[in-house]
Design a protein around this ligand. Structure first.
Ligand SMILES: N[C@@H](CCC(=O)N[C@@H](CS)C(=O)NCC(=O)O)C(=O)O
Length: 228
């Protein structure tokens, strides 16, 4: 029998929300360890022509790339679940938050973090600029979460684990204690989502940086192949 499969790597920020929702609605997905940084098979490149992760292959042969599409597909497997929001407009807002986090938030965070990890060219000005731009986009979430527990409606939806998974990369590397003090509502929301059973089933221990990554050592510089 064919299983649903998700090709991704351990802790991949774009896959956490997908796997958390699958767990919540008891939709079985086998994770196939696939890491573009380690190398990809010819077979995988036929599924995902850009050589990115995640990729979903359903038990019925459905192939999906793009984490948002995969997450929405998985969440819709249980029509009783409210993961896609109680109303149609809530659903639209869920997609809106997912898109903001998967594009502007991830890109700005990556421009801050990747040079510090030595996997993108480093310049102090570039990192400083990316740090400011990250703060600007996270401020949108901070303002929104000031009087809300969840991103959309008055209940947990796909937007919460999906967006928390995406920003986990920031919390683990650069959103340190001092940074978090400027974004208390956003941080409280993140702590709430990452402590949910559905999230912990995927990431049992969430890492919060005590101090942000510093400039890379010369020995960390590589041949810069990673996008974000
Ligand atoms: N548009 C794709 C982007 C996927 C993506 O960039 N994934 C990253 C991992 S989170 C990747 O595969 N990076 C490897 C590379 O760019 O070489 C999506 O939203 O799923």
């Amino acid at each position: 029998m064919n299983h649903n499969k998700l090709y991704t790597y351990k802790g991949g920020p774009r896959s956490i929300g997908i796997l958390a929702v699958a767990h919540a609605i008891k939709f079985d997905i086998e994770v196939v360890e696939t890491n573009p940084q380690v190398g990809l098979s010819e077979e995988y490149l036929k599924l995902n022509k850009l050589g990115k992760t995640p990729t979903f292959v359903g038990s019925d042969g459905t192939v999906l790339t793009e984490c948002m599409a995969i997450a929405l597909h998985v969440a819709s497997q249980d029509p009783e679940s409210r993961m896609l929001g109680p109303t149609h407009m809530d659903f639209i807002h869920i997609v809106s938050w997912m898109s903001l986090c998967n594009t502007d938030v991830v890109k700005r965070m990556a421009a801050w973090i990747m040079p510090l990890l030595g996997v993108a060219p480093y310049s102090p000005e570039g990192v400083e600029m990316a740090k400011k731009q990250t703060a600007q986009v996270i401020q949108i979430l901070e303002d929104h979460l000031q009087d809300r527990r969840y991103l959309v409606a008055d209940c947990l939806t796909l937007a919460d684990p999906f967006c928390a998974g995406l920003v986990s990369f920031g919390f683990a590397n650069v959103f340190d204690k001092e940074w978090r003090a400027h974004f208390p509502y956003f941080t409280t929301w993140y702590e709430m989502v990452t402590s949910l059973e559905m999230y912990r089933a995927v990431i049992p221990n969430t890492v919060m940086a005590e101090t942000a990554l510093g400039p890379p050592k010369p020995s960390m510089r590589s041949d810069f192949t990673v996008d974000d």
